[in-house]
Design a protein. Structure first.
Length: 314
């Protein structure tokens, strides 16, 4: 049976957290037998070549010292799942049935070009830290990301293509705040109020300029995905789309409220019905402007209403 979801996990010398992560995936998945975990392991790290009795675990052994971009691509190339998620070994999956919820989100759209964004408890809705999207998307964008990314901006790179699709009138990011993949990689700073994630400034100083330099490439990918959504063979035929993207000068300026289709509920029936409605709204509004699209979606999706404790207990 072909796995539905492949989890790509580069890891090095952390067998304890890795085993904990595998246990949490198996414990919470509705169908662990349909989840594949691809561990990308350095050749000098035999301790990380572990398995799990409930999961299909595949090992990809690579030379030590590869970039994170190269590691993720190596895992992707060895994976076979219909959908692919980038994950870390310091994650604890907390939400039962996360796989069923994610797959139902994909099924509510007429094509596979959707980004499912779970709650990592650190970046939350600000950044899709563990992107889950389709293999079909990566086939169009020629892999996970450029291999030269040392460590950072890989998730930004993927999400940015979907944010650019939003500029083109296609809202395809579904944020599930109640699907929790706890990221155990935080520090407590005095006065911060909550745990925060800190980047290595030296590595970020290398990856941030790479991300900026690849903005034109991401725009080209967005046009290619739009052409696939519309069923066209020429991704450059949409002059209006190219003009709209030419007007965007800053990736981070696209991270505005409303760019995501937020679905939350104490149970899963509500979110799935909401995603079904928003998919219909997306189809009807496909050729409208981005502003008209958001208005159409907001009418169909009661996404930002907070669930009260009384409702959660029903």
């Amino acid at each position: 049976m072909r796995p539905r979801i492949s989890l790509i996990v580069p890891t090095r010398c952390r067998p304890g957290p890795l085993a904990r992560m595998l246990d949490s995936v198996a414990r919470t998945a509705s169908h662990p037998e349909r989840v594949e975990v691809v561990l990308v392991v350095d050749a000098d790290d035999r301790a990380s070549l572990i398995g799990h009795p409930q999961l299909a675990v595949r090992h990809v052994v690579v030379p030590p010292g590869l970039t994170m971009g190269a590691l993720n691509n190596a895992g992707y190339e060895a994976s076979v799942g219909t959908y692919v998620m980038l994950l870390n070994d310091d994650v604890i999956v907390r939400t039962p049935g996360w796989d069923a919820v994610a797959l139902d989100c994909f099924r509510r759209f007429p094509d596979p070009f959707v980004l499912v964004h779970v709650n990592d408890t650190l970046m939350c809705d600000h950044l899709c830290t563990f992107p889950l999207t389709s293999r079909a998307f990566y086939e169009l964008t020629r892999g996970i990301c450029p291999r030269e990314y040392q460590r950072y901006r890989i998730d930004d790179h993927i999400e940015d293509i979907f944010n650019l699709l939003g500029v083109l009138g296609e809202a395809r990011v579904v944020y599930l705040p109640d699907v929790v993949f706890e990221h155990d990689n935080a520090v407590h700073l005095p006065g911060a109020g909550r745990p925060v994630y800190l980047s290595d400034p030296t590595i970020l100083a290398e990856d941030a300029p790479r991300f900026d330099a690849l903005f034109p490439e991401r725009k080209a990918h967005a046009l290619r995905v739009l052409a696939a959504i519309d069923g066209r063979t020429d991704p450059h035929a949409d002059r209006a789309g190219r003009s709209a993207l030419d007007a965007v000068a800053d990736s981070f300026a696209l991270r505005v409220p409303g760019r995501q289709l937020v679905v939350r509920s104490p149970g899963w029936r509500g979110p799935l019905e909401a995603v079904r409605g928003l998919a219909a709204a997306v189809n009807r509004a496909r050729r409208k402007s981005a502003g008209d699209l958001w208005r159409a979606v907001r009418k169909r999706l009661p996404a930002r209403r907070m669930v009260t404790q009384a409702e959660a207990g029903r």
